[in-house]
Design a protein around this ligand. Structure first.
Ligand code: 9YT
Length: 158
C-alpha cells in the first residue's frame, strides 16, 4: 500500500509549478497504478490553454469556482466543488479560475513526473517502460478521435 500526504509533497520534485498552476503529483507512473493523480491548484484570475493530445484526464473540483470552455465550439461549463469533467476526447479547452481552484486530476497514461505544458498546452508522451506494460493506456488523439485532427485544422486556420 502507498500512503502519501500532501504536506510531504509540497516543494519537492513532485510539486510542479507553472505560471498559472501548481500540480502536486501524489501518484506517478513509477508508483505502478496505471494512472497518475494530482492535487492541482489553478491560480485565481488566470486562464490556461490546455490540449492533452496524448493523455486522457479526469478532473474533480474540491474547492473554488471557475469554468472550462471547449475549443473551438465555445461551449462553457461552470466548475464548482463537486463538478467532474473528463477530457475523454482529448478536448482542447480554456480552463479559467475565478478563485483558486483545487482540482484532483487523474491522467492515463500516468505522468512520469516533471511534465509541464508546452506552448500548445500539451504534455509530451514519455515512452512507456516495463512499469506500465500490463496496464491499458490511452491512445494518441489522432488515432482515437479523428475529430481532433479536424479541430486542429480549424484552429490553425482561424
Ligand atoms: C486541470 C488541469 O489540467 N490543470 C493543469 C495541470 C494538470 N492537471 C496537472 O499536471 O496536474
Amino acid at each position: 500500500m502507498i500512503v502519501r500526504r500532501l504536506k510531504d509533497i509540497i516543494d519537492t520534485s513532485r510539486d510542479v509549478k507553472a505560471k498559472t498552476w501548481a500540480s502536486r503529483r501524489l501518484l506517478l507512473r513509477e508508483d505502478g497504478m496505471g494512472f497518475s493523480m494530482h492535487h492541482t491548484v489553478i491560480y485565481a484570475g488566470t486562464q490556461t490553454h490546455i490540449w492533452y493530445q496524448h493523455h486522457l484526464e479526469g478532473v474533480y473540483c474540491v474547492e473554488g469556482v471557475g469554468s472550462v470552455e471547449l475549443i473551438p465550439s465555445g461551449e462553457t461549463f461552470r466548475i464548482e466543488p463537486g463538478t467532474l469533467y473528463a477530457l475523454n476526447k482529448h478536448d482542447q479547452h480554456w480552463l479559467r479560475a475565478e478563485t483558486d481552484l483545487h482540482l484532483i486530476c487523474t491522467f492515463n497514461p500516468p505522468l512520469v513526473g516533471d511534465e509541464t505544458h508546452d506552448e500548445n498546452g500539451v504534455y509530451q508522451l514519455i515512452p512507456d517502460q516495463a512499469a506500465d506494460a500490463s496496464v491499458p493506456t490511452a491512445v494518441p488523439a489522432s488515432v482515437s478521435n479523428p475529430a481532433t485532427a479536424l479541430a486542429a485544422k480549424a484552429t490553425a486556420e482561424s
